[in-house]
Write a protein that binds this ligand. Structure first.
Ligand code: GAP
Length: 495
């Protein structure tokens, strides 16, 4: 269970430089968010971990970075022009716009006739407990009638070139996947690949969502981390169709991935799509759901898209998009397994999962327990006394040396206890403190012990280590080494 509410996360993200509302000084745009200094590090770390694990570490995967603007026919062939729509209704009084299929999922304003017209907010899908009425009017203002639903295409339309004419119409891509399908043959030929293999891509996608919201959960501009994994549909594995087996392998692999980076098992679950909710191209789809502060919701979708996309693009482009099966001496159109994750939604899930409130010596501390690979800052170097030039100089020098390898910061803007709390709140796994003992007192002719204190974020344990050994120690701590293993080789430092 998460203790983080959405309000707590939004406030922490703003206060600590993770995420700001876009164009805030102009009143903000509700559906767009800007990643601040720590947010950009966190999101880059999520993308880097995904890319390393899914591209670099796999012998059967290559990467791609296709353009956002594509030939307009791509969207006809993919079905987005005809099918990528949501039913929309408008309030005739307040003009608010809603997704017709989601109306019952939100609470509604009701002026109850049984209580002289008093205003109530009735929970989603419930009837008024005073008069028994169900929602029939606008859920926001409680007064206006709603229009009949009409289909609204979610793609952002724009024009390519200087003339705004029909021939110049194009769209911002609503998913990165199509850039992969249209490059299937380029990648296959240039890289001499054999089935099964995957093409991975991270990039921006745009959807003119009718009801964006819940912070970075649903926005109009977002990033996807998508894999199209191509499988020979003629093949079987242990007597079962290869595409079905690979679908299951990907479900397991992706489910494990989130846990590898610290997400708690109890906050993750798999949801199978019902037959009637399957997308027009899908043979089977499962969602990895996360228990967000707003409840269980999709974090990643893993679909078996069959040969739909390659066949559509072959038909619309007139180009063959097949694979030559040497063994069977025939051309086949591969099936596609598509694990499709949202980078921003993953960031939200990692933020929610990392958030903890703890009681330490009678005081409340907020700590973000990010996995070290995801933590925006790995090491904070803190001088115990900023009035001592030798301490400050040593700390700066140390930060500079560590920063060549790990994102490291220097901070001397508060007393040490406060500095530790600040680093806890942004999830920095290790703090290094330089003190009088480290540098000694030249006025008294005392040389320092050239040792510093390392403090670990989660246990708050501290050890005293020689400066010269720091690179080796962090190589272990920020690699595969456990704190307990490293800490047992050094004396504890006083807290
Ligand atoms: N190519 C398949 C595809 O795009 P999707 O389920 O529509 O499938 C995949 O999107 C993932 O992209 C979602 O699981 C979610 O993480 C992310 N995503 C989709 N729409 C989003 C939005 N409006 N804002 C943020 N993330 C979104």
């Amino acid at each position: 269970m998460n203790v983080a509410t959405m309000d707590l996360l939004v406030s922490l993200c703003k206060r600590r430089g993770f995420i700001f509302q876009s164009s805030e000084i102009y009143g903000g745009t509700g559906s767009c968010w800007d990643y601040g200094p720590l947010g950009v590090e966190l999101k880059n770390n999520v993308k880097r971990a995904w890319w390393r694990d899914n591209v670099h570490l796999r012998p059967d995967m290559v990467g791609l970075d296709a353009s956002i603007l594509m030939h307009a026919t791509v969207w006809k062939a993919s079905g987005h022009l005809d099918h990528f729509t949501d039913p929309m209704v408008d309030c005739k009084a307040c003009q608010h716009r809603f997704r017709a299929d989601k109306l019952e999922e939100q609470s509604w304003i009701h002026y109850c006739p049984a209580t002289k017209g008093n205003k109530f907010e009735v929970p989603a899908a419930e009837a008024c407990k005073h008069c028994g009425a169900r929602r029939s009017l606008c859920p926001d203002c409680g007064k206006g009638e709603l229009t009949t639903p009409r289909q609204f295409n979610l793609m952002f339309k724009t024009f390519m070139g200087p003339v705004e004419e029909d021939a110049a119409v194009t769209y911002l891509r609503p998913e990165t996947a199509q850039g992969i399908f249209v490059n299937f043959d380029n990648v296959l030929q240039s890289m001499r690949l054999k089935l099964p293999f995957g093409i991975a891509q991270i990039g921006k996608a745009f959807r003119n969502e009718i009801t964006p919201g819940n912070f970075i959960f649903r926005t109009r501009e977002f990033e996807q981390m998508e894999i199209e994994f191509f499988v020979n549909p003629q093949e079987t594995i242990d007597g079962r169709p290869a595409d079905e087996v690979w679908h299951e392998r990907w479900m397991e692999s992706r489910f494990a991935w989130y846990q590898r980076y610290g997400m708690r098992r109890e906050n993750l679950r798999i949801r199978e799509h019902e037959k009637d909710e399957l997308a027009h191209y899908a043979k089977r789809t499962v969602d990895i759901e996360y228990q967000f502060p707003i409840g269980w919701s999709e974090l990643e979708g893993i679909a078996n898209r069959t040969d739909f996309d390659l066949k559509q693009h072959a038909q619309f482009s007139g180009k063959s998009l097949t694979y030559f099966d040497e063994e069977r001496k025939q051309h086949v159109v591969p099936y596609v397994i598509e694990p499709s994750a949202g980078a921003d939604r993953s960031v939200l899930a990692f933020l929610a999962d990392a958030y903890r409130e703890e009681e330490v010596r009678g005081e409340r501390r907020v700590v973000m327990r990010f996995h070290p690979d995801l933590a925006p800052v790995k090491i904070a170097v803190l001088p115990l006394l900023k009035k001592r030039p030798e301490i400050v100089a040593t700390a700066h020098e140390l930060r500079g040396a560590l920063a060549k390898r790990w994102v490291s910061v220097y901070d001397d803007t508060a007393a040490i206890g406060r500095l530790y709390r600040r680093q806890d709140e942004v999830g920095t796994p290790y703090c290094v403190t330089v003190d009088v003992q480290t540098v000694g007192d030249t006025a008294k002719g005392e040389s320092g012990d050239r040792c510093v204190t390392i403090r670990e974020r989660d246990s708050m344990e501290q050890i005293r280590v020689p400066l010269a050994e720091l690179p080796g120690i962090f190589e272990r701590l920020l690699g595969d080494g456990a704190w307990t293993d490293v800490a047992r080789s050094y004396p504890p430092a006083k807290g």
